[in-house]
Design a protein around this ligand. Structure first.
Ligand SMILES: O=C(O)c1ccccc1N[C@@H]1O[C@H](COP(=O)(O)O)[C@@H](O)[C@H]1O
Length: 243
């Protein structure tokens, strides 16, 4: 049964060994926030139940931070959602070996749909698919390449039994402009599977607005820039969505 409380997933995105935030996911727009382990431990101490942990170099194809990310994932007592560069058996096995609660596949769902169908069948709830969109066009390879229509891909993944979607509006990501509630409503109307919202959260009111979408299927929200910019604390965010 679905919970009626919005889950919060503070984000730690790692580029070149540092916790960073990007604007619109654009390479080169990084603001650095220091050591990823310290950031993750800070969110854990503040009461986070989930951590959204991203290897941005692996997503962009500019290397990877795999060892460091595995160290962070292993050090956590909370549940970790791991993403970035998980595109084949080797990277999936390495990700799952960290003990993470689930992995988030992006590019692979656009470029190697047969492999994604296979791993959904094998791993069920451990696999989520990230639907990173501009308008209704999916983007892969560090959000630099078009990858098809959102709703066609969603229907295909649904038919393959995908357990969950992480929906990012790229136009909102890292901008502190508020989430795209219309997009989230539309995705929730198109699937019965839970949706994790990503991109744009700027205030406690944004989180309260997302919490109103829980009955429609929004299960959680990824929060990045707003926490690093100290728009509110994680403790305040958790309180705002508690019911
Ligand atoms: O999170 C970001 O800011 C981001 C920016 C640019 C590209 C990817 C980004 N994050 C996440 O990376 C995975 C996709 O990685 P891949 O395509 O599977 O290698 C996905 O969770 C994005 O949301």
């Amino acid at each position: 049964m679905r919970s009626n409380r919005l889950e919060l997933l503070p984000a730690v995105d790692v580029r070149d060994g540092q916790a960073v935030r990007l604007v619109h996911g654009e390479s080169g727009s990084e603001t650095s926030y220091g050591d990823p382990m310290e950031a993750a431990l800070a969110w854990q101490r503040a009461g986070a139940e989930w951590l959204h942990l991203v290897d941005l170099d692996a997503a962009f194809g500019t290397g990877d931070n795999r060892e460091q990310i595995a160290e962070v994932a292993r050090a956590m007592d909370l549940r970790v959602e791991l993403s970035g560069g998980i595109r084949d058996d080797a990277s999936l096995s390495a990700a799952l070996a960290t003990g993470c609660a689930r992995v988030n596949l992006g590019t692979a769902a656009l470029e190697t749909p047969e492999w994604v169908a296979k791993v959904i069948a094998e791993h069920g709830d451990l696999i989520a698919v990230g639907l990173d969109v501009r308008g209704t066009t999916l983007r892969g390879r560090g959000w630099t390449r078009d990858g098809g229509d959102l709703y066609e891909t969603l229907a295909r993944l649904d038919s393959e039994g995908c357990a969950r979607y992480v929906v990012t509006d790229i136009a909102k990501d890292g901008t502190l402009q508020g989430p795209n509630l219309e997009l989230l409503r539309n995705v929730c109307a198109a699937t019965e599977k839970p949706v994790v919202a990503s991109g744009g959260v700027s205030s406690l009111d944004d989180l309260r607005a997302l919490a109103t979408l829980v009955p429609e299927g929004v299960e959680g929200a990824i929060v990045g820039k707003a926490l690093y910019a100290k728009a509110f604390t994680l403790e305040e965010a958790l309180e705002a969505v508690s019911v």
